[in-house]
Write a protein that binds this ligand. Sequence first.
Ligand code: 5GP
Ligand code: MN
Length: 348
Amino acid sequence: MTVLRTCFSHLVMEFSSALKELLHFPQNVAIFSHRNPDGDAIGSSLAMLHYLEQYGHTVHVLFPSEYPEEFEFLPGAEDILIWDIHTEECKQLLKRKNVFIFLDFNAYNRIDKMGELVRSLPGQRILIDHHLYPEPMADFMFSDSSASSTCELVYRFISGLGDSQKINPTVGVCIFTGLITDTGSFRHATNSSVYRIAADLVDRGVDDTAVQDRIFNSQKEKHLRLLGHCLANRMEYLPEFRTALIWLSRKDYEQFEIQRGDTEGIVNYLLTMKDVRLAAFIHNQPTIVKLSLRSKGDLDVQEICRTHFNGGGHKNAAGAYSHDSLKVTLQKFKDLLPQIKETLWKVN
Ligand code: 5GP
Ligand code: MN
């Protein structure tokens, strides 16, 4: 029953009776999201957990790696199992699961080693995601790359099944988290229904100001000092290509004791510069070099990540990993710029 189509509401309706049959009897469910989970990954996973628990399912959320501290306040975050830390427990638990739900990612390699195990296990699979080019990895594929966030799709999934009344403040706060983190607090909403969903969530009791405050005003001193270092000492501006980049070496990682989440959002500062249309954050993590690209308008960074660095994501926000050195990766990125120069100058 693997189907790839983008008309999301239509799909939910089409699968509604099969899904209801599956979800209206107690199941043993595992919910997954991607490595380095962001607000949308965590929000969509916890929203789905709190929705399904209302039907009496046994539900666990599993991530390959840890999530940033600013999301610890979300209901249920304390019970999330991290494969990197609780590997044995995850393995034992997964063997008992019969429904697997994949949120905010669309390829097994995005959940690393856990993906290899999950791929081999029997069970029903549901995917809800908004990234481009999904792998046909589920029985129920809800993939819509025009959506702002996976949280938007989770809202539409629950509503589409006629369960709007189950979107209580607990589910709502989780959905709201993904809406604001993936849209940069509604600066790039991608479609008008995002605002309607946000308004509905506030009507249902979500304290929008408090959530924004918890997530965005929770930086540590260390984080601001790192940002200062990036902007003062590690930023390169290439006006000819309307591009700006920031790089961080392994030494920087040691000096600033960089941990999970500490570099989140730094790339976005580059796009606030007047003429910049392409922004890159390229940093030497302890084992690999990570790239985060952001763009404006028609410049497709997902294409760049996929074609040249085996990564992926969205048109204007994408990422990848490289096993080359930082120096080689930086050069590889800079060598691409002449090829896209024309497009860069066409973007408004
Ligand atoms: P970030 O740059 O914030 O890590 O990620 C930006 C977007 O690209 C996110 O939607 C994220 O899921 C996606 N992304 C980041 N790294 C990778 C990667 O290595 N592979 C793929 N396929 N997507 C990625
Ligand atoms: Mn997302």
